[in-house]
Design a protein around this ligand. Sequence first.
Ligand SMILES: Nc1nc2c(ncn2[C@@H]2O[C@H](COP(=O)(O)OP(=O)(O)OP(=O)(O)O)[C@@H](O)[C@H]2O)c(=O)[nH]1
Length: 241
Amino acid sequence: MSSNFALSRSLRRTGSFPSARTVRIVILGQAAVGKTALAVRFITKRFIGEYDPTLETIYRHEVTIGGDAVIFEILDTAGQEEDALMVEEKIKWGDGFIIVYSVTDRCSFDEVMRLCFLVNHIHTAGGRRSCAEPPPMLIVANKKDLEFDRMVSTEDGESLSRGLKLPLHEVSVRDGWEETAGVFHALYADVIQQMDSSPPSFRRRAVSRLMDKIPRIHSNSALASTGRSFSFSSFRDLLPD
Ligand SMILES: Nc1nc2c(ncn2[C@@H]2O[C@H](COP(=O)(O)OP(=O)(O)OP(=O)(O)O)[C@@H](O)[C@H]2O)c(=O)[nH]1
């Protein structure tokens, strides 16, 4: 009986079934901290030196984690001030959040606290008392390879992490795929834990059609034309087998 249950559970979550879990991740942070590099590194395992400044993109990427089929939808935000309503829609859309700063950019570090409060406020305000639990979030301190240009110490990062009670991952997206993947896997675990412990009615899916305007890139299907321009010649060439 229990083995049948385990089998059906694992079958339900394989790629052969449409019921793979979808986890929506929003990457926030100031411009040029490495948000696009982080997402593309995770999906393609490659580091590409230059990107056009991000407009907005949702990357859709299917992976298996711990035997479970998972569809990541990763929103790579623009890192610039914009319409408050749109910011709110994006934050409502997400199940989990990665707040990125660069250790070479003090301003980007100073922005982390505001972004965390914004995410928490949008997810817990508005009379949705039953949804008062803050969403899973973690902080990424990127570009640790640029030691000579460092403006934010590891201790500063750890102190912020303790103050906000959020995990900190100090990484170099340029130098390491494992630690980049570790960011997404850690957040995935937190998101799944929260999804499984919250009744479905509390899940965050209240999103308007504004989100449909954001171009999508599917990592494991032929790339549709997105209207986006990338500095690298063909994103498809970089996708994993
Ligand atoms: N040395 C180093 N450079 C990095 C790293 N991650 C990203 N970069 C570089 O930082 C620059 C900005 O990276 P992006 O990924 O475009 O940053 P972004 O946050 O998406 O920027 P916006 O789209 O403008 O919001 C690029 O030149 C990247 O190559 C890293 O870990 N180390």
